[in-house]
Ligand binder design. Sequence first.
Ligand code: PMT
Length: 415
Amino acid sequence: MIHNPLSQTKILLGVTGSIAAYKAADLASKLTQSGAQVKVILSDAATKFISPLTFQSVTGQPAYVDADLWGAQAHVLHIGLAHEADLLLIAPATAHTIAKLAQGSADDLLSLTALALGTDEDSAPLLIAPAMDAGMFGHAATQENLRVLVERGAVIIGPEQGHLASGLVAKGRMTEPLEILGHVRYQLSGRGPLRSRKIVVTAGATQEPLDPVRYLSNRASGKQGFALAQAALDAGADVTLISGPTHLLAPVGTNYIQVRSAEEMSAATLQACQTAHALLMAAAVADFRPAQHSNQKIKKSAGLPTIELARNPDILAAVKDQRAKFGHPKVLVGFAAETKDLLANARGKLKAKGLDLIAANDVSAADAGFAVDTNRITLLHADGQQEELPLMSKAEVAAEIIKRIIPLLDKESGS
Ligand code: PMT
């Protein structure tokens, strides 16, 4: 089962008066779809841009406005909302709201609630996604207010460079809802079973350059590796994600290292593994590279080229050798991408590479392996155990693998 840090959590979403308020509806919807219970507080100015009914409709929960302060439960509303919240997210946050939060000013429902949240170690986290014009964001007063809030433990998300309401293209645009969702997910993941464990994940395909415009590669998209990184983060791990070129967005919270060739991936992986507890090697590393790399584009007019290949380093084998020196990583997990004799080949790789676990991947099936969103794997354990998993999403496959490395790590550390 996928461990979802957002499931059953109570999120309070503060929306303030910016044109980006319309995006907050999408954010509220995404948070709700991710399993969180989302209550919304709109500032007076926010209601000029978007209606509370929009939020009530997408969350199925109340959306409060300042007038509710004077309602029947007025004397407890902000305290109750602050105490039940697992996290307060203010998106979009205007310069005015940021200034009020920094000063501890409490003159409307949102600022009252934010103050009631407290700043103790066990207070719910405060996440702020600013949205304003670039000059306002860059102003010394706003920067100082943000510094004060960060010092008190708040997390500032963005803003991003982009098109602003003023017509400027500059820094001030609210971070996109999907990325804000990633920050919320990361904030809530810290208490999982892999907390204080360092996990290295490799993903995607390597590209082996032939000349400045051509390379040898394969069809790996990075989806399975990125899903593993997300599942490890959700379980509370400290994750380094090393990936070949991909268009995927790295999960928020990963130490993301982008590489191109197998040699670059090897260097980055060996470095990261010196202190890691586990390596999950989902990358499809090119076994061979062109022996010669031309600095100029190879011309068609020069005739048909003969490409001589050189063997690339076997990264898993090198990590296993390095382990003798550093004692890390404790657990090694590989994948075997096969088109025939799946289990025999995977078993051979499990043994030859000294792995604790290998995911045997029949990449000849249309719904599994490279680039698609689903995968079908058989897990082979070092102790001979074999588990055939049904067709699943790559996120589900990742969760199954993470579930199995938890006891392996516990066994290694004797807990
Ligand atoms: O990225 P996606 O589109 O989501 O696709 C996912 C995937 C199909 C790439 C993934 O599930 C997968 O099967 N990855 C392993 C692909 C592969 O290279 O398998 P292999 O059988 O060639 O290698 C066996 C193991 O040795 C792998 O863990 C591989 O990362 C590792 N290896 C391979 C070559 C090399 N030079 N060094 C290595 O460490």
